[in-house]
Design a protein around this ligand. Structure first.
Ligand code: ADP
Length: 228
């Protein structure tokens, strides 16, 4: 699937405030991310990056300010957003195959009590193929390397046909070569599908090579623009 061109920004945030009790996380954050672009959110620990991602995903609600994702409020049903976490921890003694983990990404499309059908399996295979992990479909997820697990988590996000992919420190724990391969791969997907990428990262050097826009966050937006 390719994402239709859009006149709306993929992400628009206006004067966003959020605090946990008296601990302030975001103070008047405003930004726009163009559709089809790769924007990287950088900043020190505790800067509010994860809080901003949780607000974009609709897990937290703004205390003040507005967020619009592809022209709609966060958490809107059927909104094509994919989420790639730092990693997932599977319950012990419950060995899931790579394919099982990817099919889990279809649950949003499946609705309650519907079991995955042939179409869900096909979509999962396509998504695994797009990240070069189809040969591993029957392997146990927990036996894969960190880099391979991240590719499977991208596939899991892609099966819902997102136009916006939100990534939270996706290369934490990977070595430099694996990080470069990871970003090369997501950029290929960005171009092929017209995906918007919004990625929180510590690896300023890595994302600066791939992203079109860097957003430096430290409770507020301190700087925003092309990497150079
Ligand atoms: P980052 O992802 O950039 O490290 P966070 O969004 O996790 O930043 O944190 C921003 C601030 O909010 C920090 O001061 C952090 O301690 C605080 N914070 C984050 N999550 C919680 C929480 N669940 N409860 C209380 N404070 C939190």
């Amino acid at each position: 699937m390719t994402c239709p061109p859009s006149a709306e920004p993929a992400i628009r945030v206006e004067d966003l405030w959020f605090s946990y009790g008296r601990r302030s996380a975001l103070e008047g954050v405003s930004m726009e991310v163009a559709p089809g672009s790769f924007a990287a959110l950088i900043g020190p620990n505790g800067a509010g990056k994860s809080t901003l991602l949780r607000l974009l995903l609709g897990v937290l609600k703004p205390q003040k300010g507005e967020i619009s994702i592809l022209g709609r409020k966060p958490g809107h049903q059927g909104q094509p957003i994919g989420y790639v976490p730092q990693g997932i921890r599977l319950p012990r003694g419950f060995p899931l195959s790579v394919q099982d983990v990817v099919v889990m990404g279809r649950y949003g499309n499946l609705g309650f009590f519907r079991r995955p059908g042939p179409q869900d399996r096909t979509r999962s295979h396509e998504a695994l193929d797009s990240v070069g992990m189809l040969p591993y479909a029957e392997r146990r997820f927990e036996d894969l390397s960190g880099g391979q697990q991240q590719r499977v988590l991208i596939a899991r996000a892609l099966v819902a046909d997102p136009c916006l992919l939100i990534l939270d420190e996706p290369t934490a724990g990977l070595d430099p070569a694996a990080r470069a391969r990871f970003y090369g791969r997501v950029c290929d997907l960005q171009r092929a599908r017209g995906l918007t990428l919004f990625c929180a990262s510590h690896d300023v050097e890595d994302v600066a090579q791939h992203a079109q826009v860097l957003i430096l966050l430290d409770h507020r937006v301190r700087a925003m623009g092309p990497p150079q």
